[in-house]
Design a protein around this ligand. Structure first.
Ligand code: RIB
Ligand code: CA
Length: 312
């Protein structure tokens, strides 16, 4: 079967970086048409440079990296340097990228790539705030039937991680997320409920560090920094590896489970701004608009990730 064409929209950040590497390590299954970058974990000038660094690390300087929106649709940008470091890739050991940024805006790349493709073929894999994706839908509604599926990291059935109510990607741009969930596109949401079951324990981190390759060393360096934050902030035995769950779902959906439910995003109350209101028990009678994933075979996920990273 031909590799699945995907566009990864991201805000690297440590976990986005690992998601990109997992995608690049799976060329038989995923055809990365391009990488579109958004402000999120760190400002856009860092996220786009980090995406280029990771392309080079993976030997994929041929893939276009397109800078997108530097701020959310309506709200001021919120970033997370305390998690990922000032540059967003603290611990990676990677220097300045040599590959150039692709010409053109990320939103234009998403629109033009989708319009040029047959209906329902291209998958969007957002792992950051949904600003670029929503801006593309708003700018050119004709892309909607072109989107095969949107498999995104964001939201939660339960607690948030940036406020008690909201997960970071949705909180940063709730208006964009509201537009995407209301768009009618086929959405699979991997939120905190599942990603918090995919913790980078010491043993899992050691297995990646033991690869003894530039990729293994860079990932281990990043995840050591990432884990230190989660240990100090939450007392956790390891950080949740959020974004690679999106790519692993594309590769091995059988490692995951969830259900079709209705999801709506809070965009008015400051107290619960950015909350994904997930009708898990179908009490509203609203038609389902997303498959929300709440469980993972974590050992299977880390075995896949480590085995694939070893191939880069
Ligand atoms: O809440 C976790 C998400 O926010 C991840 O995608 C992380 O990279 C940040 O973007
Ligand atoms: Ca991210």
């Amino acid at each position: 079967m031909a590799p699945r064409p995907i566009i990864i929209d991201c805000d690297p950040g440590h976990d986005d970086a690992v998601a990109l590497l997992l995608a690049f390590a799976s060329p038989g299954e995923l055809d990365v048409l391009g990488i579109t970058v958004v402000a999120g974990n760190v400002p856009l000038d860092h996220t786009e440079a980090n995406a280029r660094r990771i392309c080079e690390l993976a030997g994929r300087a041929d893939v276009g990296v397109y800078a997108g929106c530097a701020a959310p649709l309506e709200r001021p940008l919120v970033t997370a340097e305390e998690v990922h470091g000032e540059t967003g890739l603290e611990g990676s050991g990677l220097g300045q990228p040599a590959m150039a940024l692709a010409d053109g805006h990320a939103v234009d790349f998403i629109v033009e790539t989708l319009l040029a493709a047959p209906d329902g073929v291209v998958t969007l894999a957002p792992t950051g705030p949904l600003t670029n994706v929503a801006a593309a839908m708003i700018r050119e509604p004709r892309i909607l039937p072109k989107i095969g599926e949107i498999v995104l990291m964001g939201g939660s059935i339960g607690l948030g991680n940036v406020t008690p109510a909201a997960e970071f990607n949705i909180y940063v741009d709730p208006h964009a997320a509201d537009a995407v969930f209301a768009s009618g596109a086929a959405i699979t949401m991997l939120g905190l409920d599942v990603t918090h079951k995919a913790l980078i324990t010491k043993e899992r981190l050691a297995a990646i560090g033991a690869l003894g390759t530039p990729v293994g060393d860079a990932v281990a360096g990043m995840l050591e920094v990432y884990n230190r934050h989660h240990a100090e902030r939450y007392g956790r035995v390891g950080g949740p590896l959020h974004d690679p769950c999106v790519i692993a779902y594309l590769l091995r959906p059988e490692l995951f489970s969830g259900r079709r439910v209705h999801v709506k995003v809070e965009t008015r109350s400051e107290l619960t701004m950015g909350r994904t209101v997930v009708d898990w028990l179908s009490v509203t009678g609203e038609a389902a608009n997303a498959t929300v994933i709440d469980d993972i075979d974590a050992d299977g996920f880390y075995a896949l990730l480590t085995e694939r990273l070893a191939q880069l």
